[in-house]
Design a protein around this ligand. Structure first.
Ligand code: ZN
Length: 471
């Protein structure tokens, strides 16, 4: 979010991924390590359903991710398979993996052995995911699917790993197959809806959201969540139905009303420069074109559901940068600031995927402000005024409940702490820090491992610097 004038209460920072949060609650029941903060949510979409799946329940078959490996098929390979299974159970994962890799073609060609080896690969993948990372588990799930692509549990585990890694392999073809193998599960439809809305096929997305909703009968919370997302997509669709879209290599820019050639040119220039410049600093370029919607000033609020005072926002539900730009052509500096600020949010979203919620809000906003070169007069006033410092730990979650005064302090501290960090450690280390959030590290662990300083120490040292600069 970008505010030119901070005079009002802040919109809750929209850095949660609505569809991703929904998804995580779908498929992450057995491992309680939900790293998303479900309260960090998107404007106008209600909180995701409380997770009824945190405890495995036999009445919900889609909870099952582990496959039964107790009964080894009575084949000549029995003892070999038993050995591998025991290594998995003892968590000797690389040993088990090596033994699985060298199984000969003759072992795998056996009709009883083959599906059982797929089960072993699947269960190895789950242990790798639990003890190492999702990235480490993808290979094992792929092997399992190679051996048995009709097993819905195996296919769903691979889909989940793909989703979490924002892997391009979770494509139309894969999801179509998943829908065939697991026809009663809402997840493939939710993922398909997400894929289609990314391609700006909002009609197709709505269809699959309807399918997902129909398949979520036993879960009223999930149903109402899906209904809210559907309503949001439909509202966007109707708001954008008369818009004109123009694409460049990296962006799709939509206009409300008459196309204004000079705005379009300015916006594209600013965005393409942000793409190169910020991309280089971050060492990350978006995996797909980013949608930017330029609203007429009068209709911005109604179309986006944002408060009147917001100058721009990044909507993670639909992956769009939204700004009320028409009529703002003359103020190119303002336009550049807003676009760059929102672009950083979009880039962090693209980069961290489902883990974006693990990034402390102060760092997310701080990076956006630093990269955009934001300078707000309110910040200067606050810098030299008598404001009470809010601990950074209180700025990790959503800012929506802050008073107007507190919000100015929050932005000021976010900008200052991020600036201090980049100055002292350099962008490459800050980059490592961001990576560790993607790998699900806590704030304390990330700071210790990547900046070699405890979070408390960082806080103390930054605060000294901050107070000094104000005096
Ligand atoms: Zn922002």
């Amino acid at each position: 979010m970008y505010r030119r004038n901070i005079r009002h209460i802040l919109i809750p920072l929209a850095i949660g991924l609505a569809l991703l949060i929904g998804y995580n609650l779908f498929l992450k029941p057995i491992h309680p390590a939900l790293t998303m903060r479900p309260t960090e949510n998107v404007e106008s979409v209600p909180p995701p359903p409380p997770s009824p799946r945190n405890k495995p329940s036999e009445s919900e078959p889609r909870l099952v991710r582990t496959l039964d490996q107790t009964i080894i098929p009575p084949t000549p390979h029995h003892s070999l398979l038993e050995e591998i299974r025991d290594e998995i159970e003892k968590h000797n994962l690389s040993l088990a993996e090596n033994k699985l890799k060298v199984l000969s073609a003759s072992v795998l060609s056996d009709g009883q052995t083959r599906p059982f080896v797929a089960i072993l690969w699947n269960n190895l993948g789950l242990q790798q995911e639990r003890l190492q990372s999702t990235r480490a588990s993808i290979g094992a799930f792929k092997k399992a699917v190679e051996l048995d692509d009709a097993n819905p549990v195996i296919l769903m585990n691979l889909a989940q790993a793909y989703w979490e890694q924002r892997d391009q392999a979770l494509n139309m073809e894969f999801l179509t197959k998943l829908i065939k193998v697991a026809p009663d599960d809402p997840f493939p439809h939710l993922a398909m809806a997400d894929l289609l809305q990314e391609q700006d096929d909002l009609t197709g997305a709505t269809t699959h959201l309807t399918h997902a909703t129909q398949r979520a009968q036993q879960d009223p919370a999930l149903r109402s969540y899906l209904a809210a997302v559907t309503a949001k997509i439909q509202r966007t669709q109707s708001a954008e139905s008369r818009m004109i879209a123009r694409s460049s290599t990296h962006f799709i820019v939509k206009f409300d009303g008459e196309e204004d050639q000079s705005t379009w040119t300015s916006v594209l220039e600013i965005l393409e420069e942000a793409y190169r410049d910020i991309g280089q600093k971050f060492g990350h370029f978006p995996t797909k074109p980013i949608m930017v919607v330029l609203h007429a000033k009068e209709s911005f609020q109604g179309s986006t559901g944002s408060p009147a005072w917001a100058d721009g926002l990044y909507d993670p539900t639909l992956g769009r940068i939204q700004i009320p730009a028409q009529g703002a052509t003359t103020d190119r500096k303002w336009l550049a600031n807003v676009l760059r600020h929102e672009y950083v949010h979009a880039l962090l979203h693209d980069r961290l995927g489902s883990q974006v919620g693990a990034l402390p809000t102060w760092l997310n906003e701080g990076l956006a402000m630093q990269m955009a070169g934001d300078s707000w007069s309110e910040l200067d006033t606050a810098r030299h005024g008598e404001t009470k410092v809010i601990p950074l730990t209180a700025l990790e979650g959503p800012w929506g409940t802050f008073s107007a005064d507190a919000s100015i302090v929050a932005y000021l501290e976010a900008s200052s702490a991020t600036h201090y960090m980049v100055e002292r450690w350099g962008m490459a280390r800050v980059d490592d820090l961001i990576k560790s959030f993607k790998a699900k590290a806590s704030v304390a662990t990330a700071f210790q491992d990547k900046l070699f300083i405890s979070y408390e120490q960082f806080h103390r040292q930054w605060l000294e610097h901050f107070e000094e600069a104000r005096s």
